[in-house]
Design a binder for this molecule. Sequence first.
Ligand code: NQM
Length: 369
Amino acid sequence: VSAAASPQVAVPCSVMRGGTSKGLYFIADDLPTDRAARDRFLLAAMGSPDVREIDGMGGGHPLTSKVAVVSRSQRAGIDVDYLFLQVWPDRAEVSDQQNCGNILAGVAPFALERGLVAARHDVTPVTIFMVNTDSTATAFIETPGGIVNYAGTAAIDGVPGTHAPVMINFEDVAGSSCGALLPTGNAIDVVDGVEVTCIDNGMPVVCLTASDFGITGYETPAELEANTELRARIESVRLAVGELMNLGDVTNKTVPKMSLLSPARDGGLLSTRTFIPHRVHESIGVLGAVSVATACMLEGSVAARIAGLASIGDELQVVVEHPTGFFTVHMQVDTSSGEPVVTRSALLRTARMLMSGDIYVPASAWSTS
Ligand code: NQM
């Protein structure tokens, strides 16, 4: 029996580092429109399911098994639409149930490089509609002479070296997945015997007090992942809290993220260790950090108690400590009603195009219907 020739299919793709994550970036028109066909292709492209994702481009960790699907936007005032997809490394599953602010950092350079957006000035603002959460972001990309610049002096913790800055602004992300900034209506709830603050300022996050779980909150991600009892307790709180946060049954979802908080010890406002939700983040997600920073301002919340902000002005910088350094969130706050309301957040990321070309998958993983 002779084996039939089995060609592979080549699909245009760029690999980009966006902030502290890495992923495959596609133009929407290059992917199957049928969702099941698209997901079958993405699983093959990443090499999932396999903890090492050895037969694909994934890195065997949720932070390096991510996908951005980008298209020119039909929406007024918006340059591009961005759909984020999380490919589970170890399960044959692709989820659109969360957004990702790190992969977002690569969307504007990708769109400029691939001709979806034209460079307009030395710094080109690119407006991005984030499909997963129906919200918008603006990214500012250095484009001297119309060329995307990647070199520069901007440093972000969790990424070696320095690069060109990618500043990102968010204005309308409150309640983007849960319907409200405080989906339970409270700054604090007791769930499964522990106090929690459930918040969504761009990412559904549950703020927890690390010491309630018998840990210091300064452990390494590897130490936390090795603590099976801790993981089980956190998962039990997560499953209980999903419905309360209007997320339904979260058993197979990557949200909410579980952030264990403890007092700052390196000059920040507070320290974090975040389960995303099963692996522990090496730093912290972008919108995850925005949500934790916002919680620091809400009187009575788990985060506010630990952060102990003395006063809240109209402009604020919240420095969130994480396992590999700091994440600074700049916030504009409206205090006119007595309750602080975050009207805009801004933060620094960097991004870099790593590869652009074709990605190959077995022909059996590709169909357009
Ligand atoms: O919260 C990881 C990441 C993220 C998400 C995760 C993110 C965000 O760091 O906006 O960026 O929480 O799954 O890429």
